[in-house]
Ligand binder design. Sequence first.
Ligand SMILES: *Cc1c(COP(=O)(O)O)cnc(C)c1O
Length: 394
Amino acid sequence: MKVEFYGHVRQYRNIQAEIDANLQKVLLSGNYVQGPMLKQFEAELAAYSGTKYAIGVGNGTDAIWLTLMALGIGPGDEVITHPNTFFATAEAIWIAGATAVFVDCCPKTKCICPDKIEAAITPRTKAIIPVHLYGQCADMIAIRKIADKHGLKLIEDNAQAIGAHGRGFKIAELSDAATTSFIIQKNLGTFGDGGAVVTNNPDIDARVRKLRNHGSNQRNVHSFGFNSRLDDLHAGVLSAKLKHIDAWNDLRRKWAARYTAGLKDCRTIDLPVELPGYRHVYHLYVIETKKPEWRDPLLDFLVKEGIDAKTHYSIAIHQQAGFPWGKGARLVGPLTNAEANAACCISLPMYPELTEAEVDYVIAKVREWDARHAAEAPAGKGPAQCGAVCDSCR
Ligand SMILES: *Cc1c(COP(=O)(O)O)cnc(C)c1O
């Protein structure tokens, strides 16, 4: 059996009529850039997010650095995040001209560890960017307290968790803004690139709106800005898909629960941890091998059996050969949990359009590999999940 990593075409087929109708509407309207479809989608996204404003931009990376720039954060400033995320989180900080400061993640959730943040704060620190990694929210309540104590801005990198919520908080509720990406592989994805900023702050809304459009909100009048807009064709696709996002996330949760039930007695791997009271939307279902040297053999075995498993992310940002030390990146404390995650992670196929037969096939193949190695399995958690547990993980 073959199990693909993505279900893009299946998803398109399932709602083709709705998407095609929106595309036709845009094509026949003659308005393709900052037209009525973008306006409509921005209103729908703001309503869905429970925020006053939503601004469509070119991609998820731009969404982050445009927000940093709107907040006046740039050269000489420091922004704290964690190194086990997609490279773009850090890249956006560098594009804004600021210094990226990395602290470790929690061993259970893989999100930024609130216990590690305060040691990284200096007089130059201006903001924290927690990432809702793999589809589960970072502990925004704990992070908000730290931000308040030190007068810091908070930007949620929500590229992976649209539709998630934490225990007692919603995304964008406790921060200055949340940014998201609509590249096709995200939970809400268009056929290409796209992104957005959602916020309750009218200044951030006005500034990002101008910055994305050559510094202009009035014809022929400009200040310093860029070109980073969400095209109306993409807005049309996203408007059609947004109506389905909760049901799609429910399906992701259903497949995650099936993986977890099918794999929980495996001796050679640790499974993702879902915190009580959180809605994890499983952008990715990431298992971790209990020995780093098992990761590649298990991954190779799955691929050989027709399962398109991948890794997210097998090289932490500070381990990248292209890590721009010269731009003033700073590491704070040991990054043990993040490094173990990079060494041990395997992402199993995860998307709403999977079938029961496909999920069961993946489970059977992981179990087959596990049975062969179970006798050599160490007791307890593997290196990626054995770190000291903080209040957020508890
Ligand atoms: C995808 C992603 C981004 C970047 O989004 P693009 O639309 O590809 O620019 C940023 N942060 C995280 C955590 C992501 O997963």
